[in-house]
Design a protein around this ligand. Structure first.
Ligand code: UTP
Length: 297
């Protein structure tokens, strides 16, 4: 029986420069899609995949994240007095059991691989998940749950992958494919941010990973890669050099790149249109806006 994946690392120490000035004082992960912060979508997904221990790699200026997961006694008492049970229920989801969540700091933003490496002492010899909260994935079965199921079959490492247009491959880690079987892609190599025309495929890695414990050792051994940062992609590629198996998993669902403004806005509109309390009024507003644009053309 393969070891269950019960720990997840959430690297949230990036500077979030694409959302300045907002991110000068608000962590990117607290930005909201409709009324829920990005981090809550990530936590909900992890919980439904069976994650029990949540490890946050944070940085200076991110204390709002720690407060978000704390209890709010005054707010709760006020809501209770006012009989606002539905809102109390909403708040419950934001609470974490004592000891279930750990925060540690990455003192300098030295890359995603370095952020993951910062959590090394909190893991023992077990597979672990990495979730980037700025990738929000709308799916019937949450993406990480799909990947955990795939990992039960395959072992090794499983990374979420999706096709991207050829001119976008240089923004991602890209898979070098050995063979494909349905949603599973056996990988023989990985390249971080390949130069234009040099990508081995158009299958990009996005922000969900299930990694074997050896990837953590690899992170201790490799040197800085693309952009002078310690790259998680390079540590996973090193795993293949050591004979470890790596699979891409073409998840079912729609991924929104909420680390970019355009992706964040798309997710906001898509999620608002899913909400029973908003979709009619907001849908009418959008229809009107589109009609106005067409008339102006
Ligand atoms: P990004 O590449 O989106 O960088 O990081 P960023 O700093 O968050 O945002 P921009 O590009 O300046 O707007 C991808 C993920 O890796 C984490 C980020 O928090 C994000 O979840 N990360 C990145 C770290 O935790 N530490 C780092 O040193 C770099």
């Amino acid at each position: 029986m393969k070891k269950r994946v019960t720990k997840a690392i959430f690297p949230v120490a990036g500077l979030g420069t694409r959302f300045l000035p907002a991110t000068k004082s608000i962590p990117k992960e607290i930005l909201t899609l409709v009324d829920k912060p990005l981090i809550q979508y990530a936590i909900d997904e992890a919980r439904s995949a069976g994650i029990k221990d949540f490890i946050f790699v944070t940085a200076r200026g991110k204390s709002a994240l720690e407060d978000y997961f704390d209890v709010a006694p005054e707010l709760e008492a006020t809501l209770r007095r006012a009989g606002k049970d539905e809102l109390l229920e909403v708040l419950k989801n934001t609470n974490m059991d004592s000891g279930a969540i750990a925060y540690l700091r990455q003192h300098r933003a030295m890359g995603l691989g370095h952020a993951v490496w910062c959590a090394r002492r909190l893991l023992s010899n077990e597979p672990f998940a990495v979730i980037l909260p700025d990738d929000v994935i709308a799916a019937e079965k949450p993406c990480l749950e799909q990947m955990v199921e795939a990992h039960q079959e395959t072992g090794g490492c499983v990374v979420a992958t999706m096709q991207v247009p050829e001119d976008k491959t240089s923004s991602y880690g890209v898979l070098d494919v050995a063979s494909e079987d349905g949603r599973l892609v056996q990988v023989k190599g990985m390249v971080e941010k390949p130069k234009a025309g040099e990508a081995p495929s158009n299958l990009a890695v996005i922000g969900r990973y299930i990694l074997s414990p050896r990837v953590m050792d690899n992170l201790s051994e490799i040197r800085a890669g693309s952009g002078g940062e310690l790259q998680l992609t390079d540590a996973i590629a090193a795993e293949m050099d050591k004979g470890g198996k790596v699979f891409g998993y073409r998840f079912e669902g729609t991924r929104y790149d909420c680390g970019s403004k355009a992706g964040f806005l798309q997710a906001t509109v898509a999620f608002a249109l899913q909400r029973p309390d908003l979709r009619d009024e907001f849908g009418r507003y959008l229809d009107g806006l589109i009609a106005q644009r067409k008339a102006a053309e």
